[in-house]
Design a protein around this ligand. Structure first.
Ligand code: FAD
Length: 421
């Protein structure tokens, strides 16, 4: 079966993935003489930096996901099809998807990344990741369901401790932001919502295999984030490696296990993409090797941008950081190269790094300058608010944050879609 798209006399560019890279690539083609066909397995674009707020009941999902069809309503040359791309036949210049096959003149792979469990199959089976909005909602429901179960568990039983212990694995921005938000939930919401449960039973652990948090940031940011987390009462365990998890007991290398019904995995990512790329061009971290113009090595007319692409340069021999600015810049750059047929190499502009710990504290490294505390939190909030697509969503998130800023309340603690493994 072939996917039907309108007839066009223009070259057809098939874009797989409506994340930051895919969307910013397409924005350069608005009503230009190219036929754009966008495929995504979801009908929405997501804003991952705020997943942790959905997971901890701080924001409703609608504020940070956007309908793809609405985003591109004014693009006369774009067709969106919801489907998952399974395979690429580079010799025939076609793709196979869950909704049929399609030919291309140019193929742009912008499929992003997924959780990397480093081969720990039982951890993958029993933990929850934080890689998409569905997982964010799973975490929210799972945490609230466990709190409800704890209320009815026999008092003084181990069960209450297990239900209320949350272990977050990974000391990068996603892990520490999650830990900070949960600590505030514990401090300001838990005691009001669950007066029957002793507050100290809700224990939050942050487990990191290396000896420091925020490995990609400055030493100052690493030390300050550790201090902020300690102040919030989080059990930070550095130099601690998770080896197994059966849904109740977390095995640790050379340390006693932790009992917990919740394991949240933010410890690693790897590229995700359809089959059909020659294995010799799939490199460490399961990313696709591209040249300095994002062309996939060894394949003609196929490009990869964003998290999924590994472009090794002198400044970034292991590839660029897997962050939104890389995806946005690569998407925009590739679009300009295709239109001009002038193949300038990609040069990454580092915009710095930010991480927040709770509602009023953050760390920021920008152009060799370091910020902390309230000022860094203000920078973090402004940058994130401005980056969210659409005025209505900016307004919704802004109003929500203002409310939480003064009341610390988390208004979305609803189990609408109960979590089941
Ligand atoms: C929890 C979390 C917090 C983060 N915080 C920050 C932050 O604060 N700042 C920052 O800069 N970066 C942050 N990042 C990283 C940032 O989100 C990524 O670098 C960025 O999203 C990469 O963009 P992308 O377009 O390459 O991929 P993505 O945004 O992941 O988009 C990939 C798209 O491809 C679609 N897709 C995947 N496979 C297929 C398929 N086979 N067929 C069809 N569609 C497919 C997906 O549905 C998705 O829409 C965070 C990431 C996470 C997970």
């Amino acid at each position: 079966m072939t996917i039907t798209v309108p007839e066009s006399k223009h070259p057809r560019i098939v874009v797989v993935g409506a994340g930051f890279a895919g969307v910013h690539f397409i924005k350069q083609f608005k009503n230009k003489p190219y036929q754009i066909v966008l495929l995504d397995k979801n009908n929405f674009h997501q804003f991952p930096p705020l997943f942790y707020q959905v997971a901890t009941s701080g924001l409703e999902p609608d504020s940070i996901v956007f309908a793809i069809r609405k985003m591109f309503q004014r693009y006369d040359n774009l067709s969106f099809r919801m489907g998952e791309v399974i395979h690429i036949n580079s010799a025939e210049k076609t793709i196979e998807t869950t909704i049929g096959n399609l030919g291309y003149d140019y193929l742009v792979i912008a499929t992003g990344s997924t959780n990397n469990f480093y081969g720990l199959a039982d951890v993958e089976r029993h933990s929850i990741g934080l890689k998409d909005i569905q997982e964010s909602l799973d975490i929210r429901s799972h945490l609230l369901q466990n709190m409800e179960a704890a209320v009815t568990a026999p008092i003084e039983s181990d069960e209450i401790d297990n239900l209320l212990s949350v272990v977050i694995v990974g000391g990068g921005p996603a892990g520490i932001e999650m830990a900070g938000a949960l600590a505030e939930f514990k401090r300001y919401v838990f005691k009001k919502d669950y007066p029957d449960l002793p507050r100290e039973k809700l224990q939050i652990y942050l487990v990191e295999a290396s000896g420091k948090l925020l490995g990609a940031m400055s030493e100052k940011s690493q030390n300050e984030s550790l201090k902020y987390l300690n102040d919030l009462g989080i059990n930070v365990m550095l130099n601690t490696k998770v080896t197994s998890y059966d849904g109740s007991i977390i095995g640790l290398a050379e340390k006693p296990p932790i009992k917990a019904k919740t394991l949240l995995w933010t410890a690693g990512v790897k590229g995700q993409f359809p089959s059909g790329i020659d294995s010799e061009y799939i490199v460490s971290g399961h990313r696709i090797k591209v040249n300095d113009t994002n062309k996939v090595e060894g394949h003609n007319h196929i490009y990869a941008i964003g998290d999924v692409a590994l472009m090794s340069t002198e400044a970034y021999p292991q590839g660029h950081p897997m962050v939104a600015p890389t995806a946005i810049q690569q998407g925009t750059h590739l679009a300009k190269n295709i239109q001009s047929n002038n193949w300038n190499p990609f040069v990454y502009k580092d915009k710095g790094a930010l991480a927040t710990i709770g509602m009023k504290k953050a760390v920021a490294d920008i152009n060799k300058l370091h910020f902390k505390g309230y000022l860094a939190w203000f920078i973090w909030s402004t940058v994130h608010l401005m980056s969210i697509s659409g005025f209505k969503n900016k307004l919704m998130v802004g109003i929500n944050w203002m409310g939480s800023y003064f009341s610390y309340d988390k208004s979305n603690r609803l189990i609408i879609r109960p979590y089941k493994k």
